[in-house]
Write a protein that binds this ligand. Structure first.
Ligand code: ADP
Ligand code: ADP
Ligand code: ZN
Length: 218
């Protein structure tokens, strides 16, 4: 089962992908995470991507498609969750090619819908465990013991430099202009399902689980 979680920044894609990975042995492929790792490592890709990401703009299609291709050659577990990829029509077409070359296909595209004011709140309150990457939120998902990661027991947390109210506006504009327009490409194949991302983390998870329990389409 290979699925895309599509939705604007802060919609909850990473939160749900992490859960699916833990519960189902699927593999989360987040181009944002891969790019942040490249920036941290100071690799050539990271050097190119850093300023673009800080501005909230999109990194080139060639770079992110190559990153995904490399990961599809590795261990894909019970299937892949594409999180934050594809974000443009060119990336959607590149993904089809990458999958067909490997004899795989896309089973579902799940669109998480959330209104823009809620997105700003989600993004400006977001932080992650510096050790394991588990996602948290100042109000909506706090660790059960103060300052201790539920997943790994770590005590150190971090925030993304691009998670500020200014950059969020650019990221949303990029989503509206370049990413939302790829939905019809998948709708034609009858594989798109919409989930109301405004409900609780648990309810969104239950809705996604319901979709994944239905027979694969496409
Ligand atoms: P994305 O990967 O789509 O950018 P995240 O999964 O990182 O989004 O979620 C953004 C922030 O909102 C995180 O801090 C997360 O804990 C929180 N969050 C995720 N889903 C929900 C939800 N359904 N309700 C409230 N907060 C949520
Ligand atoms: P979010 O889900 O909160 O929007 P991501 O972690 O997916 O954030 O992405 C962070 C940044 O990394 C994006 O604003 C963009 O600069 C870059 N990026 C991530 N994925 C892609 C992609 N598929 N294409 C182009 N740029 C990307
Ligand atoms: Zn942790």
């Amino acid at each position: 089962m290979n699925i895309i979680l599509l939705g604007p920044p802060g919609a909850g894609k990473g939160t749900q992908a992490q859960r699916l990975e833990a519960e189902r042995g699927m593999v989360q492929l987040s181009t944002g995470d891969m790019l942040r790792a490249a920036v941290k490592a100071g690799s050539p890709i990271g050097l190119k991507a850093k300023a673009v990401m800080e501005a909230g703009e999109l990194v080139s299609d060639a770079i992110v498609s190559a990153l995904i291709g490399e990961r599809l050659d590795g261990e894909c577990g019970a299937g892949v969750i594409f999180d934050g990829f594809p974000r443009t029509q060119a990336q959607a077409e590149a993904l089809d090619l990458l999958l067909s070359e490997r004899g795989r296909k896309l089973d579902r595209v799940i669109e998480l819908t959330v209104d823009e004011q809620a997105l700003v709140d989600r993004i400006t309150g977001r932080y992650t465990c510096a050790n394991c990457g588990e996602g948290y939120h100042d109000r909506f998902k706090r660790p059960s013991a103060a300052d201790t990661c539920d997943n790994c027991g770590g005590h150190s947390f971090k925030r993304r430099p691009d998670d500020n109210a200014d950059t969020v506006r650019t990221r949303m504009a990029e989503y509206r202009a370049k990413t939302a327009p790829i939905l019809p490409y998948y709708e034609e194949r009858g594989i798109v399902a919409r989930v109301d991302g405004m409900t609780s983390i648990e309810s969104v998870g239950a809705a996604i689980d319901g979709l994944l329990a239905e027979p694969a389409v496409g």
